[in-house]
Design a binder for this molecule. Structure first.
Ligand SMILES: Cc1cc2nc3c(=O)[nH]c(=O)nc-3n(C[C@H](O)[C@H](O)[C@H](O)COP(=O)(O)OP(=O)(O)OC[C@H]3O[C@@H](n4cnc5c(N)ncnc54)[C@H](O)[C@@H]3O)c2cc1C
Ligand SMILES: *[C@@H]1O[C@H](CO)[C@@H](O)[C@H](O)[C@H]1NC(C)=O
Ligand SMILES: *[C@@H]1O[C@H](CO)[C@@H](O)[C@H](O)[C@H]1NC(C)=O
Ligand SMILES: *[C@@H]1O[C@H](CO)[C@@H](O)[C@H](O)[C@H]1NC(C)=O
Ligand SMILES: *[C@@H]1O[C@H](CO)[C@@H](O)[C@H](O)[C@H]1NC(C)=O
Ligand SMILES: *[C@@H]1O[C@H](CO)[C@@H](O)[C@H](O)[C@H]1NC(C)=O
Ligand SMILES: *[C@@H]1O[C@H](CO)[C@@H](O)[C@H](O)[C@H]1NC(C)=O
Length: 445
């Protein structure tokens, strides 16, 4: 726990956290536990009562894997995993293993992840040289790929369960004032460049000496993050399965094909989830410039759609990709005995907050005092829930961990999205726009 703080940082008398996902909720917990903040009032505002149903942190499952292509994340993920196994919501953590396969250009990411994971020590890993290997170790009906590796020490977590666990821990401490309200604008003094809180849609104003902005994929609606962070929509589908099917799959590993980005997590609560860790859908939206005092200034950025119903249905191309993956690895689950497709009961577009490099954005704002940003999950932040709050508080105290200097800090320059390098882990189609893909379904109906 960070007790050291940089002399340039003053401990704030009040903190306002915007957003109760992984970043916001874990920060609230770490602030409560840190004696330096004993006299700090802490408010956490979210536009929806907890748990926010369309928040990226609320879902049946999230993968917990330490095999990153980047050693700092591998180390941090290992630390998080030790806590998942022992003291941090362990009842929601399951160690089923993760089988990663790839073909073509993504092979490089797989082999450098493998090198890191092997450098960490020996463990329950198997290298899979051909599709027979893949089929045998994953227990599927058809092989999910022709080469790759499996690490039996990786796991998955019931994300909503773990978030509820953390929320109740915080509630017991009686330190955090949880509010429901939609932030429409930060309170920016354009003369002093100071942020002093936020305006809510219902007319309330919340003031604080430090505002921590952690609104996930919605963050670019509250701050100009063009060239820094961008919301991309990812497809999810759920297939209801019977208790006997569920028990048959319960101990099988998670499958991830990095070439397509498609993955399948062991079932939970009668639902088998198939999703795509891909380049995603952009949803260009024109909004008032969040940092301008002039309401006629606008910017166009990718954001999750306003209407909740839109986020409950997915483009046909995404659903078809998930269906093809399921039909390939588990034909018996995908089709009924009369060979028609068993329906997905729920589909959803879930939003990543992508950054240039896939690194998180955990930093004071370079221009506005009193504003700190904790976002940029880039599709991989959930596993860090047990540790990320403490790291965020270290950054708030002016001590960005050595491993993450130059990664989590505010980027030196804005880079146009088409030049972003990402973290090399995404598969599937590039450059899709949500509205265009949705229109393709509508025109078919
Ligand atoms: C489909 C999918 C699969 C994933 N799989 C994995 C995985 O396997 N492993 C892994 O480690 N990670 C995974 N991730 C990534 C991980 O879930 C995210 O990085 C993480 O949950 C992001 O948390 P967050 O706090 O940034 O955002 P969120 O959880 O979305 O939280 C943001 C909150 O801000 C609130 N908010 C938004 N706007 C406002 C406003 N104006 N006023 C007030 N409140 C507001 C929202 O209601 C929301 O509760 C996955 C993500 C997705 C979408
Ligand atoms: C909090 O306030 C109490 C009472 O004024 C004081 O004794 C204590 O040192 C303060 N703690 C911190 C961390 O500032
Ligand atoms: C597999 O993952 C675990 C952590 O979950 C890691 O500690 C271990 O080193 C990995 N296995 C191998 C052989 O590297
Ligand atoms: C991954 O998906 C691709 C594209 O569908 C497929 O050709 C391949 O066999 C799958 N597995 C591997 C290991 O690439
Ligand atoms: C901005 O801050 C200055 C200096 O504290 C103050 O005089 C001014 O009234 C503030 N402006 C607004 C719009 O609050
Ligand atoms: C965001 O990402 C998408 C998908 O990669 C891209 O098409 C889009 O141009 C990016 N930028 C904005 C502002 O939407
Ligand atoms: C699955 O494997 C069987 C047996 O090898 C094969 O006949 C069948 O075509 C495969 N199904 C798919 C969808 O690949």
């Amino acid at each position: 726990m960070g007790l050291l703080w940089s002399s340039s940082v003053t401990i704030p008398s009040s903190v306002l956290i915007i957003g109760s996902g992984v970043f916001g909720l874990s920060t609230a917990y770490s602030l409560c536990k840190n004696p330096l903040f004993d006299n700090t009032s802490i408010t956490l505002v979210d536009r929806q009562p907890f748990p926010s149903p369309d928040g990226s942190s609320i879902d049946t499952s999230r993968i917990v894997r330490p095999d990153y292509a980047s050693p700092p994340y591998t180390r941090l993920a290992s630390a998080a995993q030790s806590l998942w196994r022992t003291t941090f919501a362990p009842q929601h953590y399951h160690e089923n293993g993760l089988c990663i396969t790839a073909s073509g250009s993504e092979e490089k990411y797989v082999s450098s992840s493998l090198a890191n994971v092997q450098a960490l020590g020996t463990g329950k890993i198997e290298v899979l040289k051909n599709s027979d290997d893949v089929k045998r170790v994953t227990g599927t009906e058809n092989a999910s790929g022709s080469a790759g590796y499996i690490n039996w020490s990786s796991g998955w977590v019931d994300a909503e369960g773990a978030m509820r666990w953390l929320h109740s821990k915080i509630s017991q401490l009686n330190r955090v004032n949880f509010l429901t309200g939609t932030v429409t604008k930060l309170l920016i003094n354009h003369t002093t460049h100071a942020v002093s809180g936020a305006h809510l849609q219902d007319g309330r104003t919340l003031t604080a000496s430090l505002t921590i902005l952690s609104a996930g994929a919605w963050t670019p609606s509250l701050l100009d993050l063009r060239g820094i962070a961008n919301a991309t929509g990812q497809v999810l589908v759920y297939l209801p399965i019977t208790p006997s099917e569920e028990s048959r799959l319960a101990t099988l590993p998670t499958l991830l094909n990095l070439s397509t980005g498609l993955f399948l997590i062991p079932p939970s609560q009668g639902l088998l989830k198939i999703a795509r860790h891909g380049h995603g859908y952009a949803n260009p939206t024109t909004i008032p410039h969040p940092e301008s005092a002039n309401p006629s200034d606008t910017i166009t950025v990718s954001l999750p759609p306003h209407s909740a119903s839109h986020s409950q249905s997915v483009p046909q191309e995404g659903e078809s990709a998930c269906r093809a993956f399921l039909s390939h690895v588990y034909p018996s689950l995908s089709y009924t005995s009369s060979s028609s497709s068993r329906p997905f009961t729920k589909t959803r577009v879930c939003w990543y907050t992508d950054t240039q490099t896939g690194d998180f954005l955990i930093s004071y704002h370079p221009k506005y005092t009193g504003l700190f940003v904790a976002t940029g999950g880039s599709g991989h932040a959930f596993k860090f829930l047990p540790v990320i709050g403490d790291k965020i508080v270290e950054c708030v105290l002016g001590n960005t961990p050595e491993d993450f200097r130059g990664k989590w800090e505010w980027p030196v320059k804005r880079v146009s999205e088409e030049l972003w390098e990402g973290d090399g882990s995404r598969g599937g189609p590039i450059g899709m726009v949500l509205g265009e893909e949705m229109a393709k379904i509508e025109s078919k109906l």
